[in-house]
Design a protein around this ligand. Sequence first.
Ligand code: SAM
Length: 324
Amino acid sequence: MLVDRFGRAHTYLRIAVTDRCNLRCVYCTPATGVARCAPEALLTVAEIVRVARLLVSLGIRKIRLTGGEPTLRPGIDRLVAQLAALPGLETLAMTTNGVLLPGQAAALRASGLMALNVSLDTLREERYARIAGHPGLPRVLAGIQEALAAGFVPLKLNVVVMGGINADELLDFVAFTADQPVNVRFIEYMPFPGNQWQAARFVSYPTMKQAITSRYPLVPLDDAAGVAKRFQVPGFQGTVSFITPLSAAFCAHCNRLRLTADGLLKTCLFHPAEADLRPALRDGTPDAALADQIRRAVGRKLPGHRPVADLVAGGDRSMLQIGG
Ligand code: SAM
C-alpha cells in the first residue's frame, strides 16, 4: 500500500492523457497560452498502462482520466479498455468538457468506462462561449443526454463558480437537477499560475449554500467519495454537491496521486511534481525499481497545501497541464 508519513493511504490516481484542449476556459488556461509537451514526451498508451498496472498493484482502486481534454487523445477507447481490464481496479472514470461526447459516449461506456464527469460552467449559450473561449453549449448538452442514455448515471456536472461570471446561475443549476439524474458539483474557484485569479471572484462554500437555501431546502446526503458535501432538494431526481478545496481543504484525508501527460508524478495538486517517471519507463528500469521511485515520492508528500496567498504567487504548472 502507498501510505505516506501521515498515515494517508493512496487509492485514487488521476491520469492526464493529453496536454491538448479544445477549449480555453478563463479559469484554467493561461491567457498567454501554455507551452505544449513535445510529442515524444507524452507517455504512450503502453507506458500509461504500465504505470497504472503497477499503481493498482500498490493499492490504487480508482483511476480518473483527465487532461487537457481526454477525448482528444487518439485511441482513447483502447486505453479505456486496457485500464478497465486491470485486475483490482474498482472504478475507471473520466472528466471531460463534453464537446466531443456526442457520438463518443456509448463507445466509451462499451470500452469499460464506468463514470463520467462533464465540466459545464453555464447553461447560457453566449456566456458559455465567453467562459470557454469557444461556442459549443448545444453540443455539450447533447453530449450530456447521450452520456445519460449510455448509462452514465448519475452523471456528474462540474461547475467552477466565479463571482461576476456565473455565480448568478447557482439556482438554475439546482433547478436542472429537478428532472435529470445528475449530480451538480459546485467547485470553489482555485488559483493557478496564469489563470487570471482574482480574489474578488472567489465564492466560498458557505456563500454558495446560503444563496441556494434562500430558494431551495437542501437535505444532506452521505458522500461515499468523501471530498464532496452532497445534498438533495426534496423531490428532485438529481443531487447537488460542493467541492471546497479552499474554504475547507481536504488535505488531511487526501488519497490522490496525479500522473501528468509527460509522466510526472504529483502527490499534491498545488505542489511541484515529486518524480519524473518517464526516464525509468524508457530505460528498461524494472517494475520493482519503478515502484521504489513511486514509494519514495509518496514518502515526501507534505501534510497539506500552502496557504491560498502562496498559491496565488504561483506554482509550477497550470491546471490545463495537471488535469485537475
Ligand atoms: N478538459 C477536461 C474538462 O474540462 O473537464 C478535463 C481537464 S479540466 C482541467 C478538469 C477539471 O478542472 C474541470 O472540471 C475544471 O472545471 C477544473 N478546473 C480547472 N481550473 C480550475 C480552477 N481554477 N478552479 C477550480 N476548478 C478548476
